[in-house]
Design a binder for this molecule. Structure first.
Ligand code: FES
Length: 171
């Protein structure tokens, strides 16, 4: 049967190359861990993203085959949840909060400063795969604004002057 839409989101210019996927690793997730059951699709996608750091296209096609569902169904589920990524991410995801409380305290200047320091725009990853830069609307600690998360770490009251020192902590 023809399988036309939806397709994966367009990869941003300069995206890192796709990783190689191992079908045995994928079958370990899809079949062994989740019984090859299509109702476990979201958990399967979460495990694949945990394994590779994102959802590689080849992994999604393999998943569609194993679950006997159209790839378009996999993409429609993957694109519905913002936690899923279709492009490789850096070792450290730098997330700048642009919620109202952070915005009024200069979050845009922090974002611009990080963008300049890392030489990437929001949504991009550095060529050395060290950092990805993202934005979010409120991470729930508004009194600390402007807030920047790097991986699991939350940094509050971030100023534009300390940005180089901030990112240099992360290898
Ligand atoms: S607005 Fe930034 S943490 Fe709430």
């Amino acid at each position: 049967m023809a399988d036309h839409a939806p397709q994966p989101p367009a990869r941003p210019t300069g995206s890192p190359p796709e990783v190689e996927v191992d079908p045995r690793v994928l079958d370990g997730i899809i079949v062994k861990e989740f019984g090859g059951r299509k109702e476990n699709l979201i958990m399967i996608l979460q495990s694949i993203q945990k394994e590779y750091g994102y959802l590689p296209e080849k992994a999604l096609r393999h998943t569609a085959e194993r679950l006997e569902v159209p790839t378009s169904h996999i993409y429609s589920v993957g694109t519905f949840y913002s936690t899923f990524s279709f492009v490789p991410k850096g070792r450290h995801v730098v997330t700048v909060c642009l919620g109202t409380a952070c915005h009024v305290r200069g979050a845009q200047r922090v974002l611009d400063g990080l963008s300049k320091r890392l030489d990437i725009a929001p949504g991009e990853t550095t060529a050395d795969m060290r950092f990805s830069l993202e934005t979010v609307r409120c991470v729930g600690c508004c009194s600390l604004g402007p807030v920047v998360r790097i991986g699991q770490d939350t940094h509050g009251r971030v100023g534009v002057d300390g940005l180089t020192r901030l990112v240099d902590q992360y290898e």
